[in-house]
Design a binder for this molecule. Structure first.
Ligand SMILES: [Zn+2]
Length: 193
């Protein structure tokens, strides 16, 4: 069975190299909708695949990092990167360009790692991330699966190369959240949310 949780954020970017000049040459924003699709053949004590309330913890917090942020590609012009970081406090830097396709891969890897580290408390079993769908507009989306997220053909993404600005980090409930995730520390679910 697959369950789906929606998240929304407003985010700015430039997509270098794309065909549409408005997108490749201008900072612009989108109202993103993110679909997180979880899958299991089992149900927990509440006869659910995974309680939606539990997805409001680290998963929501990290996805919400993108809200009112600008997303930068580390391969972009250094002058552009420095000026964005100088004049905007909420930014995220990725090792890949912030297209909807790459957003789906990046968010896949983040949520996948969170699930790997999560200590389940309510008999959830074999909960896996089916895919991430990123809606950049109301008419187009990208859907990334495990093989996409880990594909070297689409550009290697290592979690350690995803950088969150100091202001983003200070707004998390635990400012060490990303460090703990990179260090593969357990994330213990609360028994109640
Ligand atoms: Zn765009």
């Amino acid at each position: 069975m697959i369950i789906r949780k929606l998240f929304k954020f407003e985010n700015a970017h430039i997509v270098r190299g794309c065909s549409t000049q408005r997108c490749s040459q201008n900072i612009h924003g989108h109202s993103y909708t993110i679909e997180v699709l979880l899958e299991s053949n089992y149900l927990d004590n509440g006869q659910m695949v995974y309680d939606f309330g539990l997805m409001k913890l680290a998963i929501k917090e990290l996805i919400d990092s993108f809200d009112h942020s600008i997303t930068l590609w580390s391969g972009d012009d250094k002058g552009y990167l420095n000026s964005m970081k100088n004049y905007s406090n909420r930014w995220i830097q990725l090792p890949v360009s912030p297209s909807a396709e790459q957003f789906s891969r990046v968010i896949y890897l983040i949520v996948e790692r969170i699930l790997e580290l999560t200590v389940m408390q309510n008999s959830e079993r074999n909960v896996i991330l089916n895919s991430i769908i990123v809606h950049e507009t109301q008419t187009g989306y990208a859907q990334g699966f495990k093989q996409d997220a880990h594909s070297l053909l689409m550009g290697k993404i290592e979690l350690k190369d995803i950088l969150f600005s100091p202001q983003v980090v200070t707004e998390w409930s635990d400012c060490h959240l990303w460090t703990k995730i990179l260090n593969k520390e357990s994330l213990v679910n609360p028994s109640k949310v």
